[in-house]
Design a protein around this ligand. Sequence first.
Ligand SMILES: [Zn+2]
Length: 261
Amino acid sequence: MEYGTARSVHISELAWPEYDARVRDGKTPVLIPVGALEQHGPHMSMNPDVLLPTAISERVADRIRALVAPPIAYGYKSQQKSGGGNHMPGTTSLDGLTVTSTIRDVLKELARHGVRRTVLVNGHYENSAFIVEGVDLAQRELRWDGIRDFSTVVLSYWDFVTQEAIDDIYQGEFPGWAVEHGGVLETSLMLHLHPHLVDMEKVCDHAPAQFPPYDFFPIKPEWTPASGCLSSAKRASAQHGETLLKVCVDGISRELARAFD
Ligand SMILES: [Zn+2]
């Protein structure tokens, strides 16, 4: 992808007439990666929740002739049982209302440009309900403006990892997506896509975090492993990352073609 050319999938890299020409008829889907600034253990940068859905969106857009909006780089507060908790240094979060309002505003702006097919590609578990609320508010307000054909797919990329890939990578020791924070999935994808942002020598090899079947507030920091990760990334590799990227891009491309059919 070359900066500033008409072939770019990034709407921010297009001049407005080119963008206008590509979205005006409403047929071109626009993918919006939604991430977070959140610690991911001592071995990795704090931006995988932004970089991973962005990388996946770029490849999907290339395949289905879609565009990618700039990612939303902050997300809802890290929860202890899925992201280590919002008490960790570096983790920088938005209130739910802010996430919801941001999603609503961006969708309504895209609609004003003529876009009618949108996809929110989530990279941070905690965002999920606030994304859905933003979509609902946007669609409600667009209906008030007489726009009834604006559609949105909401997805989290890890839901497209196939059982076959899970069996291959985890060898029967898959801990579940909730405790994959800073674990094999994200670390492998980062090793494949952005290896300079990972230091495998700093991986803390510990058993998956165990939590009671409830949340407790204010949180008990001692519930979170000292590393900030909820499972070990020891098994991570660039090769697994390549596999994970492929199944996500394949699955999302296939399902979007079906959804917008
Ligand atoms: Zn993450």
